[in-house]
Design a binder for this molecule. Structure first.
Ligand code: PMP
Length: 426
């Protein structure tokens, strides 16, 4: 079937009238390339179908929740079984205890866990817990790091008071000296230090945490009494069957989780060590849907797969195949490709492409041939992606590089990015 986007266009037109801006938040397709669909109809394994019925090999994985494959059989069976029993009830199902025990047994630093709905719930609770534990105010956050959409961490300042962010202190990720400066300048008042699993800021090359940076963060928190918080919402269980910082040998006091932990069902979590237990018991946190049993049942099934399947090794293998293949193709067409970060969460940017016109053209050429890559956010590899899928992807990207080479002289600035770039410069 030839690629078409007529239905998507009609839906976008209708959405403009009844949904603010046509769409809000990170899943708005408005600043993505013109051909990118806004609406989807279904998903299975590593495949996604848009509202027009076009099929894609999907490298965004719902922005992270798809870890094992969309509609993974064991996860869906767990959802169906729990559906017959109940979901939102007057209190949690007993499986909440099973899930908490399983989570704590997998995550080395965790002695307790609170389940919630979104990553922002977990990161915001981490901040409150750090302040309750220390009775101090300052929260250290790496420049450009994303920790959610609450006023304290929202990257867009419209409608947000400076007072709501008054006690945030910026530092540079992977820069121990900058951490030391931030602690020195706020001596006696640091409640917590946030660190992403690795540097995965949009529009930027990614960077894994160095051991020196992670150990410095740990030591500065220990010396001052502040809590070390790893934000594993995006990368959790994609790099390790444990907190991502276990890879650099550093255990945090708190870790925030979301996205993948229930393979797409609505569940996030704040996990913590014994040290923070007394404080976390004194804060009030809740939500109408935080105790739903279906997401907890799917999380148990997901954690079972995490523990017992080879999904992690498999995504490392397919991720490496993709990275190697793309690097070879880019070189053969005379393009420099910057592929950074872990192979399972690849950021793909072009050299000599400050306004992303090459990237936008390349992902568009791939999209209309059936492969969905993001032009400036990290991509994700799920456990259902096969080596054959990667080969099919590379057949498409080969054509996309060829088309890009032809179109390169005619490409102009990407119109839909201009406002975003202006905001980033401001
Ligand atoms: N932290 C990180 C690292 C994230 O990637 C995200 C989501 N992109 C969040 C926090 C916020 O999660 P949510 O959108 O579920 O609130």
């Amino acid at each position: 079937m030839a690629w078409t986007n007529q239905r998507n266009k009609q839906l976008v037109e209708r959405a403009r009238k009844v949904i603010p801006g046509g769409m809000y938040g990170h899943q708005s397709a408005a600043i993505l390339p013109d051909v990118f669909p806004q609406f989807f109809s279904r998903a299975e394994g590593a495949r996604l179908w848009d509202a027009d019925g076009n099929e894609y090999i999907d490298y965004m994985c719902a922005y992270g929740p798809n870890l094992l494959g969309y509609r993974h059989p064991a996860v869906e069976a767990a959802a169906a079984a729990q559906q017959r029993l109940g979901d939102s009830m007057t209190g949690p199902s007993e499986i909440m205890v099973d899930l908490a025990e399983k989570f704590v047994s997998l995550v080395t630093h965790a002695d307790w866990v609170i389940f919630c709905k979104n990553g922002t719930d977990a990161t915001t609770m981490a901040m409150t817990t750090a302040r309750a534990h220390t009775r101090k105010r300052k929260i250290l956050v790496a420049t450009k790091a994303y920790h959610g959409s609450a006023p304290w961490c929202n990257p867009n300042l419209t409608g947000i008071l400076p007072e709501e962010r008054a006690h945030l202190v910026p530092y540079q990720y992977n820069n121990p000296a900058s951490l030391q400066d931030a602690f020195r300048a706020n001596a006696g008042d640091v409640a917590g230090l946030f660190a992403s699993a690795f540097r995965h800021d949009v529009f930027e090359d990614q960077d894994l945490p160095t051991r020196e940076y992670a150990e410095t963060a740990r030591a500065l928190c220990d010396d001052s009494g502040a809590l070390l918080i790893v934000d594993d919402v995006r990368a959790g269980f994609r790099l390790a069957r444990d907190c991502s910082w276990s890879k650099v040998g550093v255990q945090p006091d708190l870790s925030a989780w979301g996205k993948a932990i229930a393979n797409g069902y609505a569940l996030s979590a704040l996990a913590g060590s014994e040290k923070a237990r007394a404080a976390v018991q004194t804060i009030f946190v809740t939500g109408s849907y935080w105790f739903q049993a279906i997401p907890m049942a799917t999380a148990i099934a997901t954690l079972h797969e995490i523990e017992h399947s080879d999904y992690l090794e498999h995504t490392e293998k397919t991720g490496s195949m993709l990275r190697d293949g793309l690097a070879r193709q880019a070189a053969s067409y005379g393009f420099g490709l910057r592929q950074t970060g872990p192979v399972q969460l690849p950021m793909i940017l072009f050299e000599d492409d400050p306004d992303l016109r090459l990237g936008y053209c390349w992902v568009s050429e791939a999209l209309t041939r059936g492969v969905y890559f993001h032009p400036w956010h990290n991509n994700f590899i799920c456990g259902a992606l096969t080596e054959n899928d990667v080969q099919m992807t590379l057949n498409v990207t080969d054509q996309a590089f060829a088309a890009l080479k032809k179109r390169r002289p005619t490409l102009g600035p990407v119109e839909q990015l201009q406002a975003r770039f202006a905001r980033m410069r401001a």
